[in-house]
Ligand binder design. Sequence first.
Ligand SMILES: C[S@@+](CC[C@H](N)C(=O)[O-])C[C@H]1O[C@@H](n2cnc3c(N)ncnc32)[C@H](O)[C@@H]1O
Length: 251
Amino acid sequence: MENDLKSVAESLSGKSVDIIPYIDYLLQDLWELGTDAAHVAAMFRTYLPLPFAERSVLDLGCGKGAVSIRIAKELGCKVDGFDLFPIFIDHCQKLSKEHGVFGQCSFAVQDIRQVVERGLRYDAVVYGALGNVFGDTVSKLGKLKQTVAEKGLLYLDEAYQESGNDYPTYESWIEAFQQQNLTLIEAHEPSLDEISAVNWENQRKIEYRADQLIAKNPAIASLIEDYVESQRLECIELETDIKPVCWLLRS
Ligand SMILES: C[S@@+](CC[C@H](N)C(=O)[O-])C[C@H]1O[C@@H](n2cnc3c(N)ncnc32)[C@H](O)[C@@H]1O
């Protein structure tokens, strides 16, 4: 259980699991938690074969369902979303009802490390802004590929780094795709302006909620301030050393 929560905390930029009880409050003003749902929908609209209503999509680490619900609503696909954080799955259920796509979507609390072993294959799979749940790049791609139907799509919201110290280099991503027999269809690198606008707006929203939490409970100030600081450092890294990139691949 500790290992599960560590995976959730790390994927949301938390340094320890102690932040978990406060995450939902801190992120309450954000629906998208990393991946640009409009871009995923545009890619699937372009590359999934018609009719979309017959296409199945898997959203691994679906957060509050921003990507799943957009795809269900805009394209009419059937979507299965999995996340380890139960409160987020509650949000997915509620939001899918509000958006009129409850019947097309199925959301469940499950570790995606188990989901990829179930032997089910989807027409398109999204792995959006989760970072390193599966270990090294080649093994991760191997695990994700297990969920993609023949000629199906795999959308990855990832990052690269020239030094290769904390993230793979651009070239090592390309090599890993080749090793796993995945064909690169598109690489999308958002502009610096796009990245800054979204990240700093999200940071402002998180800081607003952090101030409220600290005012209510000063004893947790250092825990919350550490979280805000790690988010702030991530915003800076994503404008300098680390380059966000979305890969669309075909199996
Ligand atoms: C940065 S969020 C991205 C959420 C969503 N993909 C989006 O872009 O809006 C990362 C998500 O991964 C989930 N997560 C982390 N490790 C997981 C695991 N092992 N199994 C399932 N979900 C996991 C977290 O709970 C969190 O909701």
